[in-house]
Design a protein around this ligand. Sequence first.
Ligand code: PHE
Length: 351
Amino acid sequence: MALDEFLAELDQLAAQADKAFGSAGGAEAVEAARVEFLGAKSGRLRAVQKGLGKVDKADKPAAGKRFNEVKNQVEAALVAATDRLKNAASGARTGSQFDPTIPGVRRRLGRLHPITQTIEELTDIMGRLGFTVAEGPEVEDLWHNFEALNIPLEHPARDPLDNFYLATGAVGAGPDRADAAGADRQKWLLRSQTSTVQIRVMEKTKPPVRIISLGRVYRPDTADATHYPMFHQIEGLLIDRHVTMADLKSILHLFAASFFQDDVEVRFRPSFFPFTEPSVEVDMSYDGGWIEFGGAGMVDPNVLASVGYDPDEVSGLAFGLGIERICARRHGVTDIREFFKNDVRFLRQFH
Ligand code: PHE
């Protein structure tokens, strides 16, 4: 056999083997190509190798060399095909075949509840006016919710119809100051106002005092557009020498102007609270009218005395405003019940 012929046959085989292994899409195709080209008995390389014996003797070294090259090449193609399939399989598992053209999944970010957002903003504004945040418990004793706030035993504000008294007896230990003052023993309630925190702070601190307290209060009111049995208040208390009603009004005015970002008017209407004298209702202008936000006044000397302050030395101002109403006015919400329905379609609107 002429060398040319033998080499041409080898080249053709090499090209076909390359193609077969290169295009094999699965393990079965690779195995079929292996049997076809490298099979020990009837593989095509084996057949060609038999032809080697018929090549002219002088051409044998060249023919043999080329045969070995092609054989190595075909074996390498088998290894390459096997590796390629293995990588493809593990690639699918690890996601390394990431397709950047597939549209992504949009993750929705949660956001803070509008009341929480309002609380944070109020805290910020009052912080700039020098007020720090104080906290108190939501389950209160009679001393802090009533007695120390100059609300005596027979006062209608203590009526069980207006308060959430707890059916339980003592909750935790603690001095029952109300008992000492003659009230029922160890009665507890959900606080009806954040003014309780005024007492708790003054009991622990000497004047001057400059705090706010923001939190939940509870009253058995029927829910309507402006009432809810649980709502939030921001309480403010400033105790120092020579504190006056003018300070009260200017602080509330500054506060309103920075929160609502416009020149809100603040109006005081004479009112009554047992723990302030004089007392006022606080209204703020809105849409050509007025909205009532809460109460305020000059801290009653009896309250100062109840926590051991000297009413001749210091005076103070206090205010308590409804946070739901503040938040509702800011966003034009007309029914505060919306804040507590937990309807995400509503809540999502507040960034
Ligand atoms: N605690 C009063 C209320 O709940 C508001 C208030 C606070 C009034 C401080 C005067 C001073 O309505």
